[in-house]
Design a protein around this ligand. Structure first.
Ligand SMILES: [Zn+2]
Length: 306
């Protein structure tokens, strides 16, 4: 599933390519026909991500897109349609386009392939949305209700300082819940934008046992975890991938290179059954509420620290 960094990159892309320009919106597949009819022939005002959701504002209307597990936008256009790349679930690289234009000077898009829920089109390019978990137009009241259910998103802080209100909201959210910190980090009402990889890696880096009750974390642990997630998510936005292992990390040694010689991207995520790069203990995995949890019992041992 795309995590928060992907949605923030997507919002930036939509902002760059479409905001302020009159667009045409259609639903080749038909399931978003009414929404598309409402949005077409208008110019979006802004595009913003909040956690794993994208909100495109057009006056009082807000187009909400949640990519879910399989959703993705693909972008195609001529050479002036810059920044074009596929975000979300990976899809095959697009072939070179030989652009054709109609009498109005608009690029002629390729016929939609597969189940295209929504297509947005401007004179120099277009984007196709496939497979979203949610795609609908909200009014301001509906939008407020959606936002009210979302926890703070570390990527919505003013750079580069920690926003004390958001950190406070995160802390209150954790204290209120009688669940483990691992479960809390995937609860989008506690913190928005964290998925399975950021959960595993941030808890490892902060040496927090994922089974620790969320309400038992100390203030210092909460602050450090928030700051760590902020740093990791910002890095994800910059690099477009999730990389938590720093090749320069002194703990890494020669064990940073796996059997194929490739440098490891993650400390524990999907490395169950192999020795921890820091302490040598065997990385563990377990099913928790339908998602896999990964941790190192050596580095993340609650009883040893208290
Ligand atoms: Zn370890």
């Amino acid at each position: 599933m795309p995590e928060g960094h992907t949605l923030h990159r997507l919002a930036r892309q939509v902002q760059d390519l479409f905001v302020g320009r009159q667009w045409r919106v259609s639903s080749p597949q038909g399931r978003f026909a009414a929404g598309a009819a409402r949005l077409t022939e208008r110019a979006p005002d802004s595009a913003q991500a909040w956690g794993k959701q994208l909100f495109i504002h057009l006056g009082p209307d807000i187009w909400q897109v949640h990519l879910g597990l399989y959703g993705a936008f693909s972008f195609r256009g001529d050479s002036s349609f810059t920044g074009a790349e596929t975000l979300g679930a990976p899809r095959s690289a697009a072939a070179q386009l030989d652009p054709q234009y109609d009498d109005d000077g608009w690029i002629v898009p390729e016929p939609p392939r597969g189940e295209v829920r929504a297509r947005v089109h401007v004179p120099n390019g277009w984007a196709d949305l496939r497979g979203p978990a949610r795609c609908q137009v909200l009014n301001p009241m509906q939008y407020e209700a959606v936002i009210a259910r979302l926890g703070p998103d570390p990527l919505r802080q003013a750079c580069p300082q920690t926003d004390p209100d958001m950190l406070q909201q995160f802390a209150v959210g954790l204290r209120r819940r009688r669940i483990s910190i691992a479960a809390a980090l995937l609860d989008q009402a506690v913190i928005a934008g964290v998925g399975n990889i950021y959960r595993a890696e941030s808890l490892f880096l902060e040496r927090i046992d994922p089974h620790t009750p969320a309400g038992e974390l100390t203030d210092a642990q909460i602050t450090d975890l928030w700051d760590r997630l902020t740093e990791l998510l910002r890095r994800g936005v910059r690099e477009g991938i999730i990389r938590t292992v720093d090749p320069e990390d002194p703990h890494l040694g020669l064990r940073g290179a796996d059997l194929t010689g490739a440098v490891r991207r993650h400390w524990v995520y999907q490395h169950q059954g192999t020795p921890c790069l820091r302490c040598g203990a065997t990385v563990q995995t377990q099913q928790l509420q339908g998602r896999r949890l990964y941790w190192c019992p050596g580095c993340q041992d609650r009883s040893a620290r208290s």
